[in-house]
Write a protein that binds this ligand. Sequence first.
Ligand code: G1P
Length: 291
Amino acid sequence: MNSINNIKTVVFPVAGLGSRFLPATKVVAKELLPILNKPLIDYAVNEAKNAGIERFIFVNSPHKPSVINYFKKNEKLEKELGDKNSEYFKLISSNLIEQENLIEVIQDKPLGLGHAIWCAKDYISGPFAVILPDDLVLSDVPCIGQMIEVYKKSKSNVVAIQEVDKNNIEKYGVIDYYKNENNIYHVKGMVEKPAKEKAPSNLAIIGRYILNPSIIEELSNHELGVGGEIQLTDAIKKLINTERVIGYKFDGNRYDCGNIMGALEAQLSVAIKDEKYKSQVKEIINNLCKD
Ligand code: G1P
């Protein structure tokens, strides 16, 4: 179980339809679309594992069992591959999550991110992390690990933030703050998907959170927010009355894999950072740019 300073649990909301990626998502869950040879969700789980997280809660739709199966042993494939020392065998073994730490919770109605987190309530007993797999963050120190450090020092809820162009601000939750010290912003308000003119800052919330369990109570009245959905941002905003909330400008690059161009940029960025593919990718891009 979680002690106050020890964040060992992460929640991944993965129940979304992935409509931006239709028709692919007719048959493949958005979270399983690959960035090179690994599905998007693998990057999120790996980030959490590298930050010391041990318990993985997937809030899933009833129609996407493959997202969970990806982290389970595939005995049939293991048999087919045969040699346990082969490179392929290693590739299918390195991403496994032990059964007792792999929890699936079903969200059967698309009622929003806040509702998805609330669905995990029976498994939350202390502070926990939330990672939205659509937001891929490439960094030296895992983004969620950076945030756990901030949580340990401050005992405050922590949301990841980054500056975004004001013309895109209405896609995000946006913080209002009363002071900042370096990368730490003390939050006094937040609003989900504000119109450009109404945004309190250009600091957008990115899909990484460290939350106290009290968030579950805030979510339990199922208040509808923007888009007719139960918004996590609204619930965190209410927490500000009784608890501190910090906006943390993380070190690293974030790619919005929830849309096609963001996913393409992520592909190229991951490939160009990989020694194995670097020079080929540069060559491909150079050739394409000549046309
Ligand atoms: C969600 C959150 C929003 C946050 C965004 C980050 O929105 O509700 O506050 O800024 O993720 O990606 P969504 O992208 O699901 O509409």
